[in-house]
Design a binder for this molecule. Structure first.
Ligand code: NAD
Length: 363
């Protein structure tokens, strides 16, 4: 039976990708994850009894561990989703981002190179290393225009800089060693199991608990949102049909300001858990969820707008998003409402209480 190694598989996108692979292929899936504050086995509970799934706790920077896993499983693909991912945390503690996103990615890539070099010709033909990256490497757009694969890299946050550095190594490993790499740069994902530090789950949980809804700056920053399952479908398609050495932008074409997202969530929560029935709202003397909005000092170096041109992956690989944004957001809100135990568990495990991060109190 064929195998894949998925790093970062206990995180938000990684766990969704693992479920996608087990559903859409007959392959075995070996997850390697360090279980940082953002990773949890609770994200993989639906697959834990699947005989094709195996979990290994470890760091992508652990060269010897990677070597052993490659030798033992002889995967046809390695997909790297392991990373530190929160921009605000990268402002407070950039070193963690260098360690996992740059040095870790390098160790993984170089271990794949060494493994690739001793494969048979047939195995080499099929072998792929897919590195999952972000649109944030391109920097910020003005009010018009889209990021294409030709857009020059101009990362503005330590997170984006660390992802950009790894992307350059991925490219270099293809050019220099002919390692069959694939690179994807995706826009903001949303969906179930996203750690509550990120905008959408943070706002959902704060709404349910009648806590303030902190909006950075004027709330006018624009992101292009994509349902996580659409991203995962794009990743599998890229693995199967992508051309080694090439990069693919993935995006949903759903541009929204942060303020629009918060207003939509206020409306959705009002429908599903009305403010009038929420005892926390009464305790705070608030009648409408929108009264919880608070404008707070902006994130340092906050990119104004991201938007993706996904024409390449559409025309070359036949990918297009299947999920309507409003329906996807509604399903996401419903998932958080029905999974309060998961929310409590990951916040407790991650030592996170939805406090403001990224004010530059360097650790
Ligand atoms: P996440 O923070 O939810 O999960 C990251 C996972 O990686 C966690 O399970 C964590 O334990 C693991 N991890 C971190 N460092 C590790 C290390 N050194 N070794 C092994 N495991 C480690 O992140 P996510 O949102 O699922 O993002 C996954 C990938 O997709 C990242 O590379 C991110 O840059 C990229 N991406 C994310 C988005 C998004 O909107 N979330 C958009 C585009 C690209």
């Amino acid at each position: 039976m064929d195998a894949l190694i998925v790093t970062g598989g206990a995180g938000f996108i990684g766990s969704s990708f693992v479920r996608h692979l087990l559903r859409e292929t007959t392959d075995r899936v070996v997850v390697l994850d360090k279980l940082t504050y953002a990773g949890s086995l609770a994200n993989l509970d639906e697959v834990e009894n699947d005989s094709r799934y195996r979990f290994v706790r470890g760091d992508i920077g652990n060269r010897e561990l990677i070597r052993r896993l490659l030798e033992e499983h002889r995967p046809w693909a390695v997909v790297n989703l392991a990373a530190e991912t929160h921009v605000d945390r990268s402002i407070d503690a950039p070193r963690d981002f260098l360690e996992s996103n740059v040095l870790g990615a390098y160790e993984l890539l170089d271990a794949c190179r060494a493994h690739f070099e001793q494969l048979t010709d047939r195995e080499r033909e099929r072998f792929r290393v897919l590195h999952v990256s972000t649109d944030e490497v391109y920097g910020s757009l003005g009010s018009t225009g889209l990021f294409t694969e030709q857009t020059a890299y101009a990362p503005n946050s330590p997170y984006a800089a660390s992802k950009a550095a790894a992307d350059h190594f991925v490219r270099a490993y293809h050019e220099t060693y002919r390692l069959p790499t694939l690179l994807t740069n995706c826009s903001n994902n949303y969906g179930p199991r996203q750690f509550p530090e990120k905008l959408i789950p943070l706002m959902i949980l704060n709404l349910l608990e009648a806590r303030d809804l902190p909006i950075y700056g004027d709330g006018g920053n624009v992101r292009d949102w994509l349902f996580v399952e659409d991203h995962c479908a794009g990743l599998l398609l890229t693995l199967r049909r992508g051309q080694p050495g090439r990069s693919y932008n993935i995006g949903g074409g759903n541009e929204r300001t942060n303020l629009q997202i918060v207003d939509t969530l206020c409306r959705l929560i009002e429908q599903l858990a009305p403010a009038a029935d929420n005892p926390r709202m009464a305790e705070r003397g608030r009648r409408n969820y929108s009264e919880l909005k608070v404008f707070v000092p902006d994130r340092k170096g906050h990119d104004r707008r991201y938007a993706i041109d996904a024409a390449r992956i559409h025309s070359e690989l036949g990918w297009q998003p299947q999920h309507d944004f409003d329906l996807g957001l509604q399903a996401t809100v419903q998932w958080y409402l029905q999974n309060r135990e998961w929310c409590d568990r990951v916040q407790q495990q991650g030592g996170y209480q939805r406090e403001r991060l990224g004010l530059g109190e360097r650790q």
